[in-house]
Design a protein around this ligand. Structure first.
Ligand SMILES: Nc1ncnc2c1ncn2[C@@H]1O[C@H](COP(=O)(O)OP(=O)(O)OP(=O)(O)O)[C@@H](O)[C@H]1O
Ligand SMILES: [Mg+2]
Length: 458
């Protein structure tokens, strides 16, 4: 950093202030490189000019969007500058603290969430951790002011098949993203091989899965050798179309380098694909698997397709990467594997997150009213998305018009749910069926109302 005059640095606007101890220059450099790749202009003390350095530090902290502080044994041993900068940043609500090791956290920051950055020296682990750090920095308001660097072309092969794209902005789901990041970054004995996200239709399973994959891609792949996805849902949802896991497995065998004739037996094909995948560190995404499963009250909802069952079970047993499955019901095949598989039921959106989603979709109104609308919809992401889109497109975004679209009767009431408690396994299917019937009725009503008002105005 000696070829540019210090004045040039001072005159510029930087986005992110990096606070660190000189002994931690190596992780500082890894962080700065990642920030620069994303178009940020980070500032650290090598860019100090002449004159009162404390004044310059304060000035830079005030001007940056976010202060990322690297806390470590080194910082703990001589806590003066880093701790002082952290206190300043905390005071102006810009602090994003990271921990490089297990150094004790100063008492005044005990309630702060120190994000792990102990994997900085390992390209694979650093990728996952940096993706999380950059996402949090953005949440805190970090916005690249400079010309963004050209996006890094995906350095890894990527195939998403028919999996729906992620929403422009994934709202909430912090805990689930953290779970997926940990599962991806995890090492033995905490290594996770498979994550099942199950919930009723429209809860946001595919959105979460795609947003996580996109996050890895934004970090240059996050250590994945490839991201490979397939959706059974779009093919299996129509009467005429049957989800065909066997065709997927045969195609994937080719994509993963199988040479020669395919094994004759579907189970053998599933096993062969698992073996090829196990040679790499793959993020495998299997979306919308419920058409390939028996109903939950029939054969406990096992996969009908034996090849797919074999693939999934083999990967759950051993997987240098991770397989993420989404389905509207549980996956009994993956129960009993212990900590290497996570079976996670995705909650509905909280009232607060649902209100944020409405705002993101272009709805405005009092927070209380936004949250009440989400509450009525029981936080069902698809319903909130439809309501938000409708209000934004048709009603100028005004939440006070929400009653034009009567979603409240779409979701199962607590009374209806408790009536179904004798057979819990059918609750998700009943919920989904009611939601779908409700949408049809609502859209038909809207079409008729629209038609009537259209006729009366002519
Ligand atoms: N956290 C979220 N933030 C923003 N939008 C979301 C979120 N979760 C879901 N959505 C939106 O809600 C809709 C339904 O989500 P999604 O398709 O992911 O549901 P799903 O659980 O996969 O449903 P299905 O079982 O029918 O496949 C989509 O339009 C999606 O973009
Ligand atoms: Mg889906």
């Amino acid at each position: 950093m000696t070829d540019i005059a210090a004045e040039t640095y001072r005159a510029k606007n930087y986005d992110v202030f990096v606070s660190y101890k000189r002994e931690d220059d190596a992780p500082r450099a890894v962080l700065v490189a990642a920030l620069e790749r994303e178009g940020f202009e980070p500032w650290w003390d090598a860019k100090l000019g002449h004159g009162d350095f404390r004044h310059q530090l304060r000035d830079q902290i005030n001007r940056c969007d976010v202060v990322i502080a690297l806390w470590s044994q080194n910082a703990h041993a001589k806590p003066d500058e880093v701790k002082m900068e952290m206190a300043h940043a905390f005071g102006v609500e810009k602090l994003l603290p990271l921990k490089l090791d297990s150094a004790p956290i100063p008492a005044q920051f005990a309630k702060e969430n120190f994000l792990p950055f102990d994997g900085w020296a390992d390209e694979k682990r650093a990728g996952g951790q940096l993706a999380h750090i950059l996402a949090e920095a953005r949440k805190l308001g970090a916005m690249p002011k400079g010309t963004p660097a050209p996006p890094i072309p995906p350095t890894i092969p990527v195939e998403f098949g028919d999996i729906p794209g992620a929403p422009d902005k994934l709202i909430g789901r912090d805990a689930e993203l953290a779970m997926l990041r940990d599962a991806w970054a995890g090492r033995a004995p905490k290594k996770v091989n498979a994550v099942v996200l199950h919930a009723l239709g429209g809860a946001g399973k595919s959105a979460l899965m795609r947003a996580f994959a996109n996050e890895l891609l934004a970090a240059g792949g996050g250590g994945a050798s490839r991201i490979y996805g397939w959706s059974a849902y779009s093919q299996g949802s129509g009467e005429q179309k049957r989800a065909d896991a066997d065709s997927f497995i045969s195609k994937a065998l080719g994509d993963f380098g199988w040479a020669g004739a395919l094994p004759k037996d579907p189970v053998e094909r599933g096993r062969a694909l698992a073996k090829l995948i196990q040679k790499e560190r793959v993020l495998l995404l299997l979306d919308g698997l419920e058409p390939l499963q028996d109903a939950p009250n029939l054969n406990r909802g096992h996969f009908k397709d034996k090849g797919l069952a074999e693939l999934v079970k083999k990967l759950a047993g051993h997987n240098p990467g991770l397989v993420v499955l989404t389905t509207r019901q549980e996956v009994p095949e993956l129960q009993g594997f212990g900590a290497v598989t996570i079976n996670h039921e995705l909650d509905q959106l909280s009232d607060h997150d649902g209100a944020d989603l409405l705002v993101e979709l272009g709805v405005h109104g009092r927070q209380r009213e936004l949250e009440a609308a989400v509450h009525e919809l029981q936080g069902h992401a698809l319903s909130v998305t439809l309501l938000g889109t409708y209000l934004a497109e048709v009603c100028g975004g005004d939440i006070r018009h929400k009653d034009q679209f009567d979603f409240a009767h779409i979701v199962l009431s607590p009374e209806e749910e408790s009536e179904l408690l004798t057979d819990k396994t059918i609750v998700p299917a009943k919920r989904a069926a009611k939601v779908m019937r409700g949408y049809l009725a609502q859209f038909e009503k809207l079409a008729q109302d629209g038609g009537r008002s259209g006729r009366s105005s002519t």
